[in-house]
Design a protein around this ligand. Structure first.
Ligand code: HGY
Ligand code: MN
Ligand code: MN
Length: 424
């Protein structure tokens, strides 16, 4: 066993990190530079199998839990509760290469660096890869971490169905990731997630690191408006029950509302469909989704209320409306002491950092219900994400992973410096 080197001198293998990110980014790739790996599809299966291989190469014990989360654990020198990191490898449609994947591959890099150096920390260090973080194929999002945090019951999660009629349970079995371990088995004392910012702030302020102290809440709705299908040529405008025009007007009103409420409030209509869907037929039915977010639970609730008031008005005007909440979580504030530790380690590593809010949702906000949690961001070029053009400078990717290594090592060797875990 190699003599443990001094932690400060430990460094991740940046080339291996970048190479693995490129290799993972190839899975589900499309000819236009994006990749799509919706949860529990064959592309997700292939990515999961690659991650399991890399975790094994890193010296981790790999186990799969009952909601399909992957647990990779590098055993420490004591029976202290583990320090955990992790993120997700499922994507949105035509995604970039770094969202979620960066935190997972960097976590594996930390384990591999520690085991190669013979630097076994006091507490075990674990990498968690969560199922269905994006919530594109199955709602709600953050599913794997919700089950770990008991925000969604395991049986309910397994019974969830996608629009294409598949259940989580069936798909986990089909891809060979229906694990037997309890999602609550790991019981980490701390959780740190490394992620790209997916916004413009760090690059605009020429900073390398964001210490994320809070995540805004979000509220996802699927809205159906039933009107009357009719002839596009013979139906006078005043006599129409045009579900399509009504849905577009409501969607624009909700978006305008968010513009008026100002940063960080946002509203996004990501999908809209009309039925029967023909050029010369007034739509009889319209379905759209809306994603509303805010760092204030009151403002989020006001936005929801405005949606419901608008739907009531439409019901009174002769339409039939239906709104289903497909995902919702209130704003989360991360652990201040843990943020302080991350800031100290960033300063020791000579990295310019600032505290900030996350506009995007992350598994860490569910893990905040399990143990003290926080996040580290690295910049996103021009703030672009959920887009093949998603980019972070290689130097910044390596610096972020290096910070993760030293922050996890600090926590694993001195967990008492931040909320001494129960078994001390
Ligand atoms: O939607 C989000 O904020 C995250 O990318 N799942
Ligand atoms: Mn995402
Ligand atoms: Mn993500």
């Amino acid at each position: 066993m190699a003599r443990p080197s001094t932690p400060a001198a430990l460094a991740i293998d940046g080339d291996r990190l970048l190479r693995r990110l490129r290799e993972l980014g190839e899975i589900g790739a499309d000819p236009r530079g994006g990749r799509t790996r919706l949860a529990l599809t064959d592309a997700d299966k292939a990515a999961r199998e690659l991650i399991v291989r890399w975790l094994s190469e890193a010296g981790a014990a790999v186990r799969i839990d009952r909601i399909g989360n992957i647990h990779g654990v590098l055993e420490g020198r004591s029976d202290l509760p583990p320090i955990a990191t992790g993120s997700h490898i499922d994507t949105v449609v035509r995604a970039g290469a770094y969202d979620g994947c960066y935190g997972v591959v960097a976590g594996i890099e930390v384990l591999q660096t520690l085991s190669a150096a013979g630097e076994l920390p006091r507490a075990s260090v674990a990498v968690l890869v969560f199922t269905n973080e994006e919530g594109v194929r199955f709602a709600p999002d953050l599913l794997g971490s919700r089950v770990v945090a008991e925000n969604v019951a395991l049986e309910d999660a397994l019974a969830l169905h996608s629009a294409d009629g598949c259940s989580i349970d069936e798909e986990l079995r089909r891809i060979g990731f229906a694990g037997s371990v309890s999602p609550r088995e790991l019981r980490p004392s701390h959780f740190v997630e490394l992620h790209i910012e997916q916004g413009p702030m760090l690059e605009a302020e020429d900073l390398t690191i964001g210490i994320v102290e809070a995540v805004q809440g979000h509220s996802w709705w699927r809205v159906v408006i039933e009107g009357v299908a009719n002839h596009a040529g013979t139906t006078p405008m005043a006599l129409r029950r045009d579900a399509g025009a009504t849905a577009m007007q409501l969607a624009c009103a909700l978006i305008r509302d968010a513009e008026e409420r100002g940063v960080p409030n946002v509203a996004t209509v990501g999908t809209i469909t009309f039925e029967p869907g023909a050029i010369n037929v007034v739509p009889g039915r319209a379905t759209f989704t809306i994603d509303m977010r805010d760092d204030s639970v009151y403002s989020l609730r006001r936005a929801e209320q405005r949606l419901h008031e608008a739907l009531l008005r439409l019901d009174r005007a002769g339409y039939t409306t239906h709104a289903q909440c497909t995902s919702r979580h209130e704003p989360v504030v991360f652990d201040d002491e843990l943020c302080g530790l991350l800031q100290r380690v960033a300063a020791q590593r000579g990295l310019a950092a600032r505290r900030m809010l996350s506009g995007a949702s992350h598994d860490a906000q569910m893990m905040a219900g399990v143990c003290p949690s926080a996040m580290i961001f690295v910049p996103s070029h021009r703030g672009i994400s959920h887009n093949p053009a998603e980019h972070t400078e290689p130097r910044q990717l390596v610096q972020g992973a290096d910070l993760l290594l030293h922050a996890l090592l600090e926590l694993a060797n001195n967990p008492e410096t931040c909320h001494a875990p129960s078994s001390l």
